[in-house]
Every structure is written in structure tokens, then in C-alpha cells.
Design a binder for this molecule. Structure first.
Ligand code: 13P
Length: 248
């Protein structure tokens, strides 16, 4: 039985004090949640947010990780740094990274390996562009992104990896994928994982949906066969909306 995981991707929002305020609002509201609850603030917020979540059921993730242990990579953050700060999860390959920062399937694979090396749990993002969906390329894009992200990743490591299916056209647009399309895509990703590994690993891996998830649509999205929770952008920035999703 896969435990649902609901993660807030704060993107480039919230200062450290604003982040702590949000955690303090969330704490009592999510303390009895059945699902795993994660928040992913910016790097500068991480120490304060890790401190604010100590002793609670809220886990903390970063939004990126570099593949090198250290060195001349201005603006990047290493696994060792994230680990020391107390981070548990890390988002890898978000479509905004692919689109605005030239992230590729190969760099995503390198970042994934670094996360695993440092004992961080990766949330690996895949998803098609609108034009790809319109040209019926969704499955081939998902197959390519999933296969290349997981290149040379062992079966054991698959236990710690979460996949997030985020159709790019549904992110921040208010346009959610239909429940059926979202579930079909997650099911397809699971079948790709079954062909790369085996059916047991595929059945155990958690696959989130992300893209305009709101309290009003979370219930139908998460009550499907293959969607194991959500990666939430805009609606993770206010306690009431995020709690509405966590308690779908
Ligand atoms: P929105 O929920 O704002 O559409 O963002 C989704 C997302 O990109 C989460 O990583």
C-alpha cells in the first residue's frame, strides 16, 4: 500500500520569516494528517524552516541539488550542504528548471545520483508540454524523461524515489489535467518503471500529480488508482489551501 505524499513547492516565494510563519500556521492543522507532508522552500529558508518543523510531522525538501560534491559552481548547492541543514527530500528536474535554466535529462540524472549519494529522497519531475500533448507525444516524452532520469539507478534506490507527473501546461495556469488523463499518465509512468525494473518496484513507487491542484480538485485526483499525492505550487503558499489539499 503506497502512502500518499503531498509536497508544497514554494518555488521563489517566501522569505525565511514568512516561511516560519507559514509552518507555525500549518503545524497544528496538519498534525493528524494521514498523508506524508513535505514543504520545499528556497535554499535561504531551509535552516529556519527545518528548525520550525522540528518535532512535527512536516518534512522539508530543497528545490534543487548540484551533482558535484563541492567546487567552482557559482550559485549551486551540494548534497552535503543540504544534508547538514537537515533536509530530507529534494525536487529534481522541475519543468521550470528544464525551461528557464537549461536543465536536461542528463543533468537531471546526475543530480538524482548526487541526492541518493547523500541519502536525500528525490522527487523527480516529468511532464509534457502542451504542444507535445496535442501531437500525441505525451507517452513518448514521459517514457524518455523517466528512462533517462533513472539511468543507472539501482532497484534498491527506487525505494527512496518519488516521481512527480507535472504536465507543463497545467502548471500555474489554473488548468488541471482531467482526472482520467492525470491517472493515465501516472499509470503509464508506472508501466515504464515496471519495464525498467519489475512489477513489484513499479507498484511500490509513489507517483504524484502536480499542476493547479486545489482543495476543490484534490479529492478526485487523489482517489484514483495511480496518483499517490501531489506536488503543489500556488496552493501551498497559504495554510488554508495547503491544509485543504492535505486533508482532501
Ligand atoms: P501550481 O500548483 O501552481 O500549478 O504548480 C505546480 C508545480 O509546478 C509544483 O511543482
Amino acid at each position: 500500500m503506497r502512502r500518499k505524499i503531498i509536497a508544497g513547492n514554494w518555488k521563489m516565494n517566501k522569505t525565511p520569516s514568512e516561511g516560519v510563519n507559514l509552518i507555525n500556521e500549518l503545524k497544528p492543522l496538519v498534525k493528524d494528517a494521514d498523508v506524508e507532508v513535505v514543504v520545499c522552500p528556497t535554499f535561504v529558508c531551509l535552516p529556519a524552516v527545518v528548525e520550525a518543523t522540528r518535532g512535527t510531522n512536516i518534512k522539508v525538501g530543497a528545490q534543487n541539488i548540484h551533482w558535484a560534491d563541492n567546487g567552482a559552481f557559482t550559485g549551486e548547492i551540494s548534497g552535503e550542504m543540504l544534508k547538514e541543514v537537515g533536509v530530507e527530500y529534494v525536487i529534481i528536474g522541475h519543468s521550470e528548471r528544464r525551461r528557464y535554466f537549461a536543465e536536461t535529462d542528463a543533468t537531471i540524472n546526475s543530480r538524482l545520483k548526487a541526492a541518493l549519494k547523500y541519502g536525500l529522497k528525490p522527487i523527480v519531475c516529468v511532464g509534457e508540454l502542451l504542444i507535445e500533448r496535442e501531437n500525441e507525444l505525451t507517452n513518448s516524452v514521459l517514457k524518455r524523461q523517466t528512462t533517462l532520469a533513472l539511468k543507472d539507478i539501482s532497484s534498491e534506490d527506487m525505494n527512496n524515489i518519488v516521481i512527480a507527473y507535472e504536465p507543463v501546461w497545467a502548471i500555474g495556469t489554473g488548468r488541471t489535467a482531467s482526472v482520467e488523463d492525470a491517472n493515465d499518465a501516472c499509470k503509464f509512468i508506472r508501466s515504464v518503471i515496471a519495464s525498467l525494473y519489475n512489477e513489484e518496484i513499479a507498484q511500490n513507487v509513489r507517483i504524484q500529480y502536480g499542476g493547479s491542484v486545489k482543495p476543490s480538485n484534490a479529492n478526485e485526483l487523489f482517489n484514483t488508482s495511480d496518483i499517490d499525492g501531489g506536488l503543489i505550487g500556488g496552493a501551498s503558499l497559504t495554510a488554508s489551501d495547503f491544509v485543504g489539499i492535505v486533508k482532501y
